[in-house]
Design a protein around this ligand. Structure first.
Ligand SMILES: [Zn+2]
Length: 248
């Protein structure tokens, strides 16, 4: 318990200025997380797929089991309109912070990638999580639009299959807590059978579009340690709610 609390403090201090943190009220969220149950996620296997990679792969793969339709193995992703930073870098940066906090809370975490120089298709990423038996998977992405005024956070899940109810519950919990923690606009929960990485998933899986890199203001926020912490805290709170885990 003490060890975990120290870990939390170091996590907060590492990522942000403590007093600044308190002013924003995030400490309350953290103390809720600590509670009496120091390892609320013990026994859970949580998958994180940081979207994209250093170089996209335009070779094709089947978009879903039983389909003839094919899509590129991995798209190259978007890029910050203000910062110039590519999506694959930012999503890994945030995913590593999420991994660390989930691990502190007792979860077993599997990442599809921990470096940029990989070549793993969207189908392979889903199969990796199926084989591992993840309780849930977060596919971490950042959005792009030709309209720079578009901003906000959206969750994408499959429209069909056996997991619609679970996926919907997970997506709604993530959207609620991540938007609450960050103040980001809620774009909504979108159901589509067009994402290879979701279509091949046999475990609850949500594609988390955390914000728009093509909106200058949101791009800047997404690259601040302070905002990234809020995203991570929101995601963890969403996971706790979805799993109905008591933290005290
Ligand atoms: Zn993406």
């Amino acid at each position: 318990m003490k060890r975990v609390f120290i870990a939390f403090l170091s996590f907060m201090l590492l990522l942000s200025n403590f007093s600044c943190f308190s002013e924003r009220g995030s400490v309350v969220i953290f103390s809720n997380l600590v509670g009496k149950n120091a390892f609320p996620l013990k026994g859970y296997k949580i998958g994180i797929d940081p979207g994209h990679q250093e170089k996209g792969n335009s070779e094709l793969e089947v978009v879903m089991p039983g389909s003839n339709e094919r899509k590129a193995k991995v798209a190259s992703g978007t890029r910050g309109i203000s910062t110039g930073i590519p999506e694959y870098k930012t999503v890994l940066e945030i995913s590593l912070k999420l991994r660390d906090l989930l691990t502190e809370l007792g979860a077993e975490v599997l990442m599809t990638r921990e470096t940029h120089d990989v070549d793993i298709s969207n189908m392979e990423r889903a199969l990796m999580m199926n084989e591992w038996g993840a309780d849930l998977v977060l596919r971490m992405h950042l959005n792009g639009s030709t309209d720079s005024s578009v901003h906000g956070m959206g969750m994408y899940i499959r429209a069909s299959g056996d997991l619609v109810d679970k996926n919907t519950a997970l997506a709604e919990a993530l959207l609620k807590h991540m938007s609450q923690a960050t103040g980001a606009k809620k774009a909504g929960v979108f159901k589509r059978d067009t994402y290879t990485g979701l279509n091949w998933s046999e475990v609850p899986s949500v594609l988390v579009e955390m914000g728009y890199m093509t909106n200058p203001e949101e791009d800047e926020k997404l690259h601040s340690a302070e905002y990234q912490e809020k995203l991570v805290i929101g995601a963890v709170n969403g996971i706790l709610e979805y799993l109905n885990v008591k933290t005290n």
